[in-house]
Design a protein around this ligand. Structure first.
Ligand code: MN3
Length: 205
């Protein structure tokens, strides 16, 4: 099997001023592409082209030890970025069922944002913060590097089905925000595609 770079459903400049065109272009064409190229060095030997790509990171321990780290980092990077691009769209209001469920789980939208932001600010180094469905409720968790909660507790240190995630690698924001991770997180609230998050939630209820 061979992974390919997905087309984005928007232009690189469409998320401005929250994420600048250059960051989006480099992030997509260079960073995402590199995970794909690295993953393909291993996946080219996989003849089961019907295998769901998520299965690979959910069942990493089934692969030979020598390939596990490459698959973890690079199939992880491939999946995380596909997920991230689809999570982004400017000025989509938070409404309907997803809003209600977030309020039910976190008390109100303000405390949800506070907890998400705290988790993002306290993450040391590179990784992701996720809103996941876990044990029938929503929770906020983080993973390092390109880990994903789908990898499970033993590998990623957490679990759950992600419905939203923020890329906290410096490559996601450094050109525009330099060391100001907080400003990038603040900007993120303006470009969450809540319709997509809502349909992810619907698909796993
Ligand atoms: Mn990234």
């Amino acid at each position: 099997m061979t992974l390919t770079l997905p087309n984005l459903e928007y232009n690189y400049s469409d998320l401005e001023p929250y994420i600048d065109r250059k960051t989006m272009e480099i992030h997509h064409t260079k960073h995402h592409q590199t995970y794909i190229d690295n993953a393909n060095t291993i996946l080219k030997d996989f003849h089961d082209s019907n295998i769901q790509i998520e299965k690979i990171i959910q069942e990493l321990e089934k692969f030979p030890l020598i390939t596990q780290t490459i698959l973890r980092n690079n199939v992880g990077g491939y999946i995380n970025h596909n997920f991230f691009w689809k999570s982004l769209k400017k000025h989509v209001p938070l409404k309907g069922e997803i809003k209600q469920i977030i309020e039910d789980n976190f008390g109100n939208i303000g405390s949800f944002k506070d907890r998400f932001q705290q988790s993002a600010l306290s993450l040391f180094g590179s990784g992701w913060v996720w809103l996941v469905k876990q044990n029938n409720q929503l929770n906020i968790v983080h993973t390092i590097n390109q880990d994903n909660p789908l990898m499970g507790e033993n590998i990623s240190g957490t679990s759950g089905i992600p419905i939203l995630g923020i890329d906290l690698w410096e490559h996601a924001y450094y050109l525009q925000y330099q060391n100001r991770r907080r400003d990038y997180i603040d900007a993120f609230w303006n470009i969450i595609n809540w319709d997509e998050v809502n349909s992810r939630l619907q698909s796993i209820i």
